[in-house]
Design a protein around this ligand. Structure first.
Ligand code: FA5
Length: 357
């Protein structure tokens, strides 16, 4: 645009340069224009180089004129640069304005999935609801127990062979009394009966959920840390029929009418008579599968009439009061309710598994 030509005179260059500066529309364009007008290969540089060919008087005049033109163009470039920079900043601010109410899919990172209660906790809550609806209260007891509560008061004296039914984690083994991680929720029965005797608040209808510990090798139906819910009724005139009716009503309420329960004679030192409480395997619907060891039935827990020796341990008169107790696995219920073939999935914390419930 500013090709040097012999016909170009300084006055026309000055006029055209000023027009070009006024017409520039961006600071970037203006920067290029400044180089073209005043850089090493610009007409102004050419005019300067001509100075050496002139006589002294002419050189002085042309030198002063060149200086004036250069100063004038520089100041016009500065002014125009300021105007354009301001306009560009204003445009940038306008276009960069954020509409905080605007939402387009994909604009924001997808919201994190919300957590929820573990399926075992949900099961525990649901079981509590079923029993509360039947008139039971809910109570809890300690997970670290003494020998007396976990065994002795439950009619399992030291060295009794029935202790072999529960592989126990001992914390401290004392000469007269040991501390241990409870192997079942049955010791909470003892705490509840002691409180009821001390406060004169018999009769008692309570369920007691909580964590239990056994040196069991984890497999499809067992964990070393698992959950049970204990049930205890102590009242006047309670019979085995009340126990069977309660188990039946619970099974129908929790598992639905298609799942049946059955009681099979069993032995527990703290109940007499005792029974094992089984339900139809919900995974194979009674056909037999790996989870139910091909029997079609799954053992949910044990139950029976409170043994008079247990009443004696807490000072309840067995001639006035009778009662029944039951205890079954919460993890086992979750497994059966949701047809989880291997219980170990409950403790593996794989969110792909857990988020299904
Ligand atoms: C007992 O623990 C007795 N305290 C139950 C009881 C209470 C009988 C009141 C009479 C009166 P048992 O050891 O069978 O019984 O365990 C009961 C249930 O707990 C089992 O049927 C099973 O559902 C669950 N359970 C036991 N061990 C485990 C384990 N390692 N992992 C998961 N669930 C278990």
């Amino acid at each position: 645009m500013w090709a040097v030509s012999e016909t170009l005179d300084l006055e026309s260059f000055r006029a055209e340069a000023r027009q070009s500066i006024a017409a520039a529309t961006s600071t970037e364009g203006l920067r290029e224009l400044a180089t073209a007008l005043m850089g090493k290969r610009s007409p102004l540089a050419l005019f300067s180089r001509q100075l050496g060919t002139l006589g002294e008087a002419e050189r002085k005049v042309l030198g002063q004129t060149l200086h004036a033109v250069r100063t004038e163009l520089e100041s016009e470039l500065d002014e125009r640069r300021t105007v354009l920079a301001e306009a560009e900043l204003a445009a940038e601010l306008e276009s960069g304005k954020l509409d905080l109410t605007e939402f387009r899919p994909g604009m924001l990172p997808s919201p994190q999935g919300r957590g929820h209660l573990h399926v075992v906790t949900q099961t525990r809550d649901e079981l509590e609801d079923v029993f509360v609806a039947m008139g039971f209260t809910v109570a809890e007891g300690p997970e670290v127990e003494t020998d007396w509560y976990n065994f002795g008061a439950l009619n399992i004296p030291p060295a009794h062979p029935a202790r072999g039914m529960w592989d126990t984690f001992y914390l401290e083994v004392g000469e007269s009394e040991s501390t241990l991680l409870r192997t079942h929720t049955s010791p909470v029965q003892i705490h509840q009966m002691e409180v009821a005797v001390a406060t004169g608040t018999l009769p008692l209808h309570a369920v007691m959920p909580g964590r239990c510990y056994r040196r069991d090798t984890p497999d499809a139906r067992h964990l070393a840390v698992f959950h049970q819910i204990e049930g205890l009724v102590v009242d006047r005139g309670i019979t085995f029929a009340d126990l069977a009716g309660t188990i039946e009503a619970f099974t129908a309420a929790y598992f639905g009418p298609d799942i049946h329960s059955r009681l099979r004679p069993a032995y527990f030192p703290f109940t007499e008579p005792s029974a094992e409480f089984e339900i139809t395997c919900t995974i194979c619907h009674g056909q037999g599968c790996r989870t139910c060891s091909q029997t079609g039935w799954i053992e949910l827990g044990g139950c029976g009439m409170v043994d008079p020796a247990v009443f004696a341990a807490v000072g309840i008169d067995p001639d006035e009061w009778t009662g029944f107790a039951f205890g079954f696995g919460i993890d086992r219920c979750a497994q059966m309710r949701h047809q989880i073939s291997d219980m170990r999935a409950l403790i593996e914390n794989d969110v792909r598994f857990l988020r299904q419930f």
